[in-house]
Design a protein around this ligand. Structure first.
Ligand code: PRP
Ligand code: ADE
Length: 171
């Protein structure tokens, strides 16, 4: 199924000049969403993960149904201060300033094979931060995948592990 028909673009969101790729319309269409999850599963299962990780917040929507389909557990990488209990943090550089991602300390056992999911890869900064965080707690990142890849922002070149996207847009 051609998923591009179900992805809406919204100009000037969240800032003037940004074309926002909106998966709300994909989520609202059960047949297309089922196909999207199945297409991701095809690649993700070849990486033989023990656990899937989703990145807040649209990465949760991507990873959670896939985890159920593959009969795997699912863990969350969140922005700072959102997860209860003991957490491990990773600070990463933005164009201006820094940001922090966190995971619960017991979410990943050392040596577990992890696949990370998000809806979209742009500069790759968010995905790289998640990979570094998972490696910090002893996880082995077997691969990372997303629905949409924006070509031209260099995200793919930043990936230090196998990477797969279902749809690519030249921006
Ligand atoms: O490759 P990058 O340049 O890092 O950009 C991609 C990230 O940006 C978006 O998340 P956003 O921060 O908008 O959060 P949201 O999922 O909560 O909307 C998207 O869901 C990715 O996580
Ligand atoms: N253009 C875009 N559309 C949707 N999510 C994004 N995250 C980063 N860039 C984005």
């Amino acid at each position: 199924m051609d998923l591009t028909q179900h992805i809406r673009t919204i100009p000037d969101f969240p800032k003037p000049g940004i074309l926002f790729y909106d998966i709300s319309t994909l989520l609202a269409h059960p047949k297309a969403w089922r196909s999207c999850v199945d297409q991701l599963a095809e690649t993700v299962r070849t990486w033989k993960p023990d656990l899937l990780v989703g990145i807040e917040s649209r990465g949760f929507l991507t990873a959670a149904p896939l985890a159920l389909e593959l009969n795997l557990g699912f863990a969350m990488v969140r922005k700072q201060g959102k997860l209860p209990g003991q957490t491990v943090s990773h600070v990463y550089e933005l164009e201006y300033g820094t940001d922090t991602v966190e995971i619960q300390s017991d979410a990943i056992q050392p040596g577990q094979r992890i696949v990370v999911l998000d809806d979209l890869l742009a500069t790759g900064g968010t995905m790289s931060a998640a990979i570094e965080l998972i490696e910090k707690v002893g996880g082995i990142v077997a691969g990372v995948a997303c629905i949409i890849e924006l070509n031209g922002l260099g995200g793919r070149d930043e990936m230090t592990v196998p990477f797969h996207s279902l749809i690519q847009y030249d921006i």
